[in-house]
Design a binder for this molecule. Structure first.
Ligand code: ATP
Ligand code: MG
Length: 340
């Protein structure tokens, strides 16, 4: 890609104080990601791997322990006052649960108006016109503005939450499992809405999900996260066709998949056991305690990041072989051997 990223995250680390004295939760550890203007990028991984913490740190809801977040090349930690507030507005967060993210006592109009007021410069007429425009953009009729948010369905509420995020003309939306709390029947509609927004408004979107199948439809590229680290990233189709980290292979196999192209992977080894505690993560490769291919050297040092194609990287000693399709059968056999 020749143009510059709108969002660049460099070596981001977020640690929380643990309830165990003197210990820390290593929720996000040395993560670097990039988003280009108007791009939808997936971020996937099991529950507890640090996806939300990464998203929340990017928008400033959590404080980074180290690392940098750059918006249009500007390091947010170098800003303060109005400049920082302006940049923060350009990064908006869409929460998973549209029931808790909206104020039940407000009408839809008030909810959106509040965001427009934060942006500062609109007259009453302009706000009313902009509210209509925003509701239209998210596929809601203008008449909805007089209803209380508590009267709306989950899908409608999520649309209102998205309209509120768009009110301040963001450059980047961090969408934290924005459809997983919705009925199956309306998930596709809201997903289509994200695709349309990306096309019409050019907003870049980091789309967080457990479900690889869901992200695959929408995202041009995907980052796979495991226990605070990005273990593999690449163009969606390549990642699905040639997953090159054992974790990605097993994650793909664990997700119900109707696509026959990944059917053979689906019949592969499922992810066994639970993600280890981020308080004492395993040394070396963090996935080694669940990896059917793990060898002694995986415990020693962090795995090398292999560049498999210009935009496809995987952090595993076996990545080149997996990429070449040589190890897939071995991952399956090793996992089978371990399970008997
Ligand atoms: N405020 C906090 N204080 C301490 N630990 C936290 C805090 N927030 C998150 N964690 C821990 O950090 C780790 C990552 O949590 P996070 O919510 O980012 O995961 P996630 O990938 O979003 O999971 P899920 O898919 O379930 O939403 C977890 O072990 C979690 O318990
Ligand atoms: Mg989460």
């Amino acid at each position: 890609m020749t143009h510059a990223p709108v969002l660049k995250v460099e070596n981001l680390q977020t640690r929380f104080k643990s309830v165990q004295r003197g210990k820390y939760v290593h929720a996000v550890d040395d993560v670097s990601i990039e988003l280009y203007p108007g791009e939808i990028v997936g971020l996937v991984g099991e529950s507890g791997c640090g996806k939300s913490t990464l998203g929340r740190t990017i928008v400033g809801l959590e404080k980074a322990t180290s690392g940098r977040v750059l918006l249009d090349g500007v390091d947010l930690s170098s800003l303060s006052g109005a400049a920082l507030r302006r940049s923060r507005r350009a990064l908006q967060y869409v929460f998973q649960d549209p029931y808790s993210s909206l104020n039940d006592r407000q009408t839809v109009g008030e909810t959106i108006d509040e965001a427009l007021l934060i942006d500062g410069t609109y007259s009453l007429d302009e706000r009313s016109r902009r509210t209509k425009e925003l509701l239209d953009q998210v596929g809601l009729a203008n008449a909805v503005k007089d209803r209380h948010t508590r009267e709306l369905s989950g899908g409608q509420r999520q649309r209102v939450a998205i309209a509120r995020s768009l009110a301040v003309n963001p450059r980047v939306l961090i969408c934290d499992e924005p459809v997983s709390a919705l009925d199956l029947s309306i998930r596709a509609q809201v997903m289509n809405l994200f695709l349309r927004l990306q096309k019409d408004l050019g907003v870049a979107c980091l789309f967080i999900a457990h479900d690889l199948a869901l992200v695959r439809q929408a995202a041009s590229r995907v980052y796979v996260m495991y226990l605070g680290k990005i273990v593999e990233h690449g163009p969606s189709q390549q990642l699905y066709d040639r997953p090159s980290h054992p974790y990605t292979q097993m994650l793909l196999a664990s997700v119900p998949e109707v696509d026959p192209r990944v059917e053979k992977l689906r019949s592969g080894p499922l992810l066994m056991g639970e993600i280890p505690s981020p308080i004492n993560p395993p040394s070396g490769c963090r996935f080694r305690t669940r990896c059917p291919l793990a060898v002694d050297e995986c415990a020693g040092k962090a795995p090398p990041s292999h560049r498999l194609s210009p935009d496809h990287n995987a952090a595993c000693v076996f990545a080149p072989e997996l990429y070449g399709g040589k190890r897939s059968a071995l991952v399956q056999q090793s996992a089978l051997a371990a399970s008997v």
